[in-house]
Design a protein. Sequence first.
Length: 155
Amino acid sequence: MSSAFTKEQDDDNPREDLPDRPVSPHRNLVTTEGLQQIDDALTRLHGEIEKATAAGDNHALALAQRDLRYWTARRASAEVIRPIADHSHVRFGHRVVVELEGGERRTFRLVGEDEGDPAKGLIPYVAPLGVALMGKSVGDKAEVVHHSAKIIEIS
């Protein structure tokens, strides 16, 4: 029979064969806080699996199992980078204060991909800004998409 005559997926009956979340091809560098976030996610997801199983909620179970596979893989590949005391150059885990072209100052911290939260100043080290800052020193300029920022402080 042609697939044109088969029933479409029903919103009231969600698919349980969810595709896995994509895993980044980059090294999984994490701060100690990032490793704790992964561990917290794993703990939370085990609880969600228990609840979904007890409730017979196959969709919630499928979502939690998919996320558990992702975080288990991320935990297995995590490379914890301890704070680097030498602040002569921007490195993973460092906080960087930059001055934008208009004089505004912003503070960023270079973190792992899963830790990134730009609203909180947490920039993944593989993001364009993270790449532009990495290896620079105080006084250097970092350029991203035709904008530049001068590095004022590294801590």
